[in-house]
Write a protein that binds this ligand. Structure first.
Ligand code: HEC
Length: 230
């Protein structure tokens, strides 16, 4: 009996000592570097169980144009800084976080395969110790469903919704991969690019004006004083 007690006490001390050493020496606290062993497994198992039961909740509204446009508006205001825009590099904030926020509007990186109820759960409740905020106090339930529907349909958005996602973006908002075939630039045309404009920014990176005209003018501010042959 005494030996058993001694064994239990030694066991407890060893575990506590191990935990202390892990906390003081081994546990990563900076955002650089990967997760320590088991972290991803523990975090995803706990999350999976917390969401159980709500994942299959269907959206109360349809993913029609009006709701997706409203979802895009919410996204621009609340999510863009971390989850990025189509064909744009991640923001400095996103690049400095751990875990990195997935760039949800990049092809192949989003959550279009997840049930919309799961995305809604994450938007509403957030994900503790990850930097993903819960929006229950900031957004209405309708808005949380709208932005969740937007993410569900992110790979098949109509151009009106895509435009809503990129309009007025601070960085170039016109280098979409689906840019149409180059337009013919009328001979002798001169492009006068306003200082600080998106197009001038591109030119300063070495792109020719004719190249600039190939990018999608519909989602750009119009480049002034240029003409293109139809
Ligand atoms: C401050 C940064 C930040 C903001 C703002 C933010 N998120 Fe997140 N989000 C994160 C991080 C970090 C993760 C990754 C969490 C993880 O890996 O466990 C995440 C994860 C997610 C996921 C799960 C992704 C997956 O692969 O399963 C969804 C969905 C999501 N966010 C949606 C949103 C929506 C919608 C908004 C805006 C309403 C938003 N987030 C705003 C940081 C943010």
């Amino acid at each position: 009996m005494r030996n058993l007690l001694l064994g239990v006490v030694i066991g407890v001390v060893v575990v506590l000592l191990g935990a202390y050493l892990f906390l003081t020496r081994g546990m990563p606290v900076a955002t650089k570097g990967g997760p320590p062993p088991l972290e991803r497994f523990l975090a995803s198992t706990a999350l999976h169980h917390a969401m159980k039961g709500e994942v299959d909740t269907p959206a109360p509204t349809a993913p029609d144009e009006a709701n997706l446009l409203a979802g895009a508006k919410v996204y621009r205001a609340q999510c863009e800084v971390c989850h990025g825009l189509p064909h744009q590099p991640p923001s400095a904030i996103a690049s400095g976080m751990f875990p990195r926020p997935p760039q949800l509007l990049m092809p192949g990186k989003g959550v279009t395969d997840d049930p919309v109820g799961e995305t809604h759960w994450k938007v509403k409740n957030g994900i503790r110790l990850s930097g993903m905020p819960g929006f229950a106090d900031a957004l209405s339930d309708a808005e949380m469903w709208q932005v969740s529907l937007l993410l569900l349909k992110a790979d098949q958005l109509r151009s009106s919704v895509r435009r809503r996602l990129v309009n007025g973006a601070k960085t170039c908002d016109c280098l979409e991969s689906e840019a149409p075939a180059p337009r013919v630039v009328a001979s002798g045309c001169q492009a006068v690019l306003p200082a600080g404009s998106v197009a001038e920014g591109l030119r300063s990176r070495g792109l020719r004006v004719s190249t600039l005209l190939q990018v999608r003018l519909s989602s750009c501010r119009r480049i002034q004083n240029t003409t293109t042959a139809k």
